[in-house]
Design a protein around this ligand. Structure first.
Ligand code: GLP
Length: 621
């Protein structure tokens, strides 16, 4: 039975506190399916997915196998898809992914594993796909199909335009999908253009379907698939037509559902300060009216009459929210010394402050907080920037080649002994590159050099924001150095490294990002390490005088109702920040649009009209 809150949802949807919790629930369901089937001497047939989303779910299955004796002997698996033309041993093939993430860690017989054959010739594709369908049918169909969701709303690789009845076939990958895979393949030019995928029809035949989605970047597409019309443009929306399909979401991925985003539209709510601010700014946006011009009837006509009863009339409520919003704006992110700070986001004292910026990967910093760093320095605070990971995975082989060639060229004709070592080093780098090929695992020497390339870019960009090199630090967290995109796993060593760092700096302010990210992304993993570190340092003296400000790097910007501190930028300040970005090998896109968009929020609400704004949310337990 659907609750009132779920009235807009056209398919079963459960929101969990965290992705870990959702994965535990789903893995428990899978385990009981496997055991029940075993008790009846039958097989359990699972449809499996790839991508970062199911990784924590597979880890939980592996744990159940190791610690609770869950056997996979009677399990048969069918994977959703595979890139066309990719060798099974390729680092990015789904075959390899499944081996690394699940199959090599449980007792699943090889003969019971099925993955669409990416290496068939074009002529063989049709037959191979028919055979795949036939194999699924021969074992009695799929009992439980696991799914993730792509940014285009695809399931498997069923890109927009896939019909409800489509079966296993070859498909051309959408541009967005290829862009999303570009990082894994070290450049979009390396991402295959085609894939084999189960069809929407194949998926819908499964007896039960569980679609998982984590992080705020998935929120909009999830809401469309769950609450919108069924459409070929979003293949996940077809799950609405299945009797036993369910979306399992973490809080980030649920954020655009009506019951989460606009709870007052689905039933009575308990109004708290944040919700009131959200409702009023939403109304102002919706009606394209400044906050101060909202009328009683505007509130009444949009499901907020109870809010007026509690906090009205509109005139009072409008002024209250207008003031709250106005108090978030400050040109003094470190607090304004010698001023009354009752209505300012940051306290005036201590002055100067020790402000610490934690940055998951080089390039997450300047685009999001470059202007704020600059202001803090100009206002006399001690600012340190700590890069949590080296970012070396994002540096191309071409940069290494370039470096080695320059070294060799420099040594040309110099014959002296001093050049022997650099030339040997250049030779080693070039040899390593050749041995590993374009997609092989980088050797330690390659990763180190790539890390240094990133360090150089990061230092130069921060230099333009006014930072001295001695205030820039690199933590190189171990989870990143031993990992690969979509498959990172942090541990004690990461938490310990960050704990030591925070204890050394004893900051008055920490700036951090990742609270709304996919938990398996670099920012998401870093945020979890940060959370654990906060728990470990909760009783330290410095913590009692430390405020934590959350920023958004590449994720969706904070909504106007979430912003606790808005640091405005003049046109010149924005220009300076953008020019600092030119130091990066690949300049991040959309930075000025994001900053301008936040400024527009404030303008639309009837506050000041700034060129751009960097926004922060205060962290609370
Ligand atoms: C690829 C896969 C999908 C997966 C999607 C999202 O397109 N073919 O099965 O759901 O990526 O990936 P991620 O979970 O990494 O966000």
């Amino acid at each position: 039975m659907k609750s009132e809150a779920e009235q807009f949802e056209k398919v079963g949807t459960v929101v969990y506190e965290s992705s870990d919790e959702a994965c535990r629930v789903l893995a428990t369901e899978v385990a009981s399916l496997i055991r029940q089937r075993k008790a009846a001497s039958k097989n359990a047939v699972l449809g499996l997915a790839t991508g970062s989303t199911p990784v924590p779910f597979y880890r939980e299955l592996i744990r159940l196998h190791r610690e609770e004796g869950l056997s996979f002997e009677n399990v048969i698996t069918f994977n959703l898809d595979e890139y066309f033309g990719l060798e099974p041993q390729h680092h990015e093939s789904y075959f390899r992914f499944m081996r690394d993430q699940l199959f090599d860690h449980v007792n699943l017989p090889d003969s019971q594993i099925h993955i669409p054959p990416g290496m068939v010739t074009r002529e063989e594709v049709y037959t191979a796909c028919r055979e795949y369908e036939a194999k699924i049918e021969a074992v009695g169909g799929i009992d439980l199909q696991i799914l993730g969701i792509g940014r285009t709303g695809h399931i498997g690789f069923n890109e927009p335009g896939s019909s409800q009845d489509s079966l296993t076939r070859m498909i051309t990958l959408d541009k967005i999908t290829r862009e999303d895979a570009a990082r894994d393949f070290l450049g979009i030019e390396n991402v295959p253009r085609f894939a084999l995928t189960m069809g929407v029809g194949t998926i819908l035949r499964a007896r039960r379907i569980a679609l998982m989605a984590w992080g705020e970047n998935k929120a909009d597409i999830v809401a469309k698939a769950v609450e919108g019309e069924v459409t070929e443009a979003i293949s996940a929306s077809f799950l609405q037509r299945h009797e036993n399909a369910q979306f399992l979401l973490d809080r980030g991925a649920s954020r655009s559902l009506t019951r989460v985003k606009h709870p007052w539209l689905v039933g009575p709510v308990k109004w708290d300060d944040q919700l009131i601010r959200r409702a009023v700014t939403w109304l102002s946006n919706r009606l394209e009216k400044p906050v101060l011009k909202l009328l009683d009837e505007d509130y009444n006509e949009h499901g907020m009459s109870d809010l007026l009863t509690e906090c009205g009339p509109a005139y009072h409520l409008n002024i209250r929210i207008f003031n709250e919003l106005q108090h978030t704006i400050t040109g003094w992110p470190g607090g304004k010394p010698n001023e009354d700070d009752r209505y300012r986001p940051e306290r005036a004292l201590p002055y100067p402050k020790r402000s610490l910026f934690l940055v998951p990967e080089p390039m997450d910093d300047v685009p999001a907080v470059g202007g704020t760093i600059n202001r803090l320095i100009e206002q006399g605070h001690r600012v340190d920037v700590v890069f949590l990971t080296s970012g070396n995975l994002g540096v191309s082989d071409g940069s290494v080649e370039h470096f080695a060639t320059v070294l060799n060229d420099l040594a040309q004709g110099r014959g002296s002994n001093a050049w022997k070592e650099p030339v040997r080093y250049a030779g080693q780098l070039l040899g390593d590159l050749e041995n590993k090929g374009p997609f092989g695992e980088d050797t330690a020497a390659l990763r180190r050099l790539k890390g240094l390339v990133r360090r150089g870019e990061a230092r130069q960009a921060l230099h333009d924001c006014g930072m001295g090199a001695d205030r820039i630090h690199f933590l190189d967290l171990p989870f990143y150095e031993s990992g690969r995109y979509r498959r990172f796993a942090s541990g004690e060593a990461d938490v310990e490294a960050l704990r030591e760092c925070l204890t050394k700096f004893r900051p008055h302010q920490i700036y951090m990002t990742g609270s709304a990210s996919d938990p398996s992304s670099v920012t998401g993993v870093c945020y979890r390490v940060f959370q654990s570190t906060l728990q470990k340092t909760a009783k330290r003296k410095w913590r009692s005088d430390c405020r934590i400000w959350l920023y958004r790097s590449s994720e969706r910007p904070l909504g106007s109702y979430e912003i606790d501190m808005a640091v405005p930028m003049s046109p010149d300040q924005l220009k300076e920040k953008l020019s600092a970005l030119s130091h990066y090998d690949h300049e991040p896109e959309g930075v000025s649009e994001r900053d301008r968009m936040v400024a527009r929020y404030y303008d639309q609400l009837g506050l000041a009209n700034y060129e751009a704004i960097e926004a922060f949310q205060e962290w609370s337990e």
